[in-house]
Design a protein around this ligand. Structure first.
Ligand SMILES: Nc1ncnc2c1ncn2[C@@H]1O[C@H](COP(=O)(O)OP(=O)(O)OP(=O)(O)O)[C@@H](O)[C@H]1O
Length: 380
């Protein structure tokens, strides 16, 4: 199938690009992911691309759908070296997203769906793990902002802080109360339109680390089922950083729809983040993609963009590792300040440029899981 796709893509040309998009390196075999009848094509649009990006996306879709009838679900994702072209296209497509109440029959999740049906948690459509190869990359901040964005879009969202080594959700959302019980079930705390549960609600921060090993993981996984979540479209799981036994047990024991890896640009070049990918792959959890956090620094005074950690690392590495690049979130004072104040940025400043980064990432996740329609997709 990939060979056929590549052959058809070799007929697609774009304004200002020499030769076709394959010759110009906009798409390589690594950028094409096929899972049964689902195809995801990731197009690396150069930052200086001045042509009509929408037309290019349309051409690719028309060419592939028109010539390969086996493709039932096609997602053409535009990535860009500097993100300029992508931002331009997406700024034009500001139309409200089309959300789904029920998941699509053929969502574009790359990789196999190995979830054992009987293990699924009743009432929860998708559990998405937000993970990182190592600590301190902004995983919890990203998880919180994605969860809050999905809630603001109208989805029913739960957020489970499974970071047993350093549960930070209580601080990030300024929650000090303890959850109540109904019968033998824990009732999650509701805030910012989400249902929230954290080990931090139950665990003293000073609790000795010995408590935070496999026993706690088993207790946590048990608890996931015993929390009174009700109906949820998404349960976002803030995983403990790293790839040790605790993380592996969680990845194995939770019926995950997919995993999202958060990485800083320089971190992805290191083995840590790759280990994260490998861990999920080993237990057959589909990797939805990589989010590059703290990608660039935008000076709050002059607006100058500085690439402190070398921007673009995650995007290039995602391509090399054969996973989707879900988007980049810049390093910005406001993101940290709101986190410290216990309010996610996307709640405090929903119309800001920075909230828009989270919106794009969240919509991509929802689209991959068949819970939203890609603006450009019209295939069912
Ligand atoms: N894009 C960003 N811009 C500015 N500050 C950020 C950004 N992302 C995260 N931070 C800040 O970086 C610090 C670490 O973030 P966070 O606690 O989310 O990381 P983590 O990966 O979950 O860490 P841990 O390993 O402790 O679980 C926090 O102070 C947070 O506010």
């Amino acid at each position: 199938m990939i060979t056929r796709i590549m052959a058809h893509l070799a007929h697609v040309e774009a304004e200002g690009i020499k030769g076709n998009i394959i010759e110009a390196g906009l798409v390589t075999e690594k950028d094409v992911s096929v899972n049964g009848h689902k195809v995801v094509v990731s197009v690396n649009v150069p930052g200086d691309f001045m042509g009509d990006i929408k037309a290019l996306q349309q051409d690719i879709e028309t060419r592939l759908k028109g010539n390969i009838p086996q493709i039932e679900n096609l997602l053409v994702v535009l990535t860009g070296e500097s993100g300029v072209a992508l931002a331009k296209a997406e700024a034009e497509a500001k139309a409200p997203p089309k959300l789904r109440k029920e998941p699509a029959k053929n969502p574009g999740v790359p990789g196999p769906d190995m979830r054992p049906a009987q293990a699924a948690i009743p009432g929860i459509k998708h559990i998405v793990a937000v993970a990182s190869g190592k600590g301190g990359v902004g995983k919890s901040t990203t998880a919180v902002n994605i969860a809050a964005t999905l809630a603001s879009l109208g989805f029913k969202v739960g957020l489970l802080d499974a970071d047993i080594y350093g549960p930070s959700i209580p601080r990030l959302l300024d929650i000090t109360e303890r959850p109540g019980m109904e019968g033998d079930r824990v009732v999650p705390i509701e805030k910012y339109g989400m249902k929230i549960m954290s080990m931090g609600f139950l665990m003293d921060e000073e609790a000795p680390l010995i408590w935070r090993g496999p026993m706690v993981v088993t207790a946590l996984m048990q608890m996931t089922r015993d929390v009174k979540w009700g109906e949820l479209d998404f349960l976002i799981l803030d995983m403990p950083p790293g790839t040790g036994d605790a993380q592996l047990t969680m990845a194995q024991q939770t019926p995950l729809s997919g995993a999202v890896i958060v990485s800083t640009p320089q971190d992805l070049a290191l083995v840590d983040a790759r280990k994260g990918l490998k861990m999920f792959r080993d237990v057959d959890v589909p990797i939805l993609g990589i989010i590059e956090n703290m990608s660039t620094f935008v000076c709050p005074h002059c607006g100058e963009v500085s690439e402190i950690f070398g921007h673009g690392g995650a995007e290039a590495d995602a391509r090399r590792l054969g996973v989707m690049f879900l988007g980049a979130v810049p390093l910005h004072m406001a993101i940290r300040e709101y986190s410290d104040a216990g309010k996610p940025l996307v709640v405090a400043e929903p119309d800001s440029v920075h909230a828009d980064f989270y919106r794009k990432v969240s919509l991509k996740i929802a689209t991959l899981l068949g819970m939203a329609e890609d603006d450009e997709e019209d295939d069912d």
